[in-house]
Write a protein of this length. Sequence first.
Length: 133
Amino acid sequence: MNKIEHIGIAVKDLSVAIPLFGKLLNTPCYKTEQVESEKVTTAFFKKADTKIELLESTDPEGVIAKFISRRGEGLHHIAFDVEDIYAEMKRLQDEGFVLLNEIPKKGADNKLVCFLHPRETNGVLIELCMEQQ
């Protein structure tokens, strides 16, 4: 793993959260994107080398909607940039981690992504990210 790629925060309403985080971080949202496979709309902020991704569910049965109903708004995941997502997935599986998807899928911000089950990572959902070529 190279570095933290972004921190994902689950929110109920991007129209409220985007201005809030814009003020908090003193920087504008630079990108919003709908990710159909995850049933979310994302909003990205960048401050120096740090990125924050806000996630709003587009479906009441989506994973973000379910997360918010169980835990409320807040920290959803930490994403790590990796050089080779396939090799990193294999390495982590060999180390005993449980992958939530067997093959990488298209995520936001032109990334291939894979998630690790939080049961194996002290309750923290971990996302692996690799820039798509």
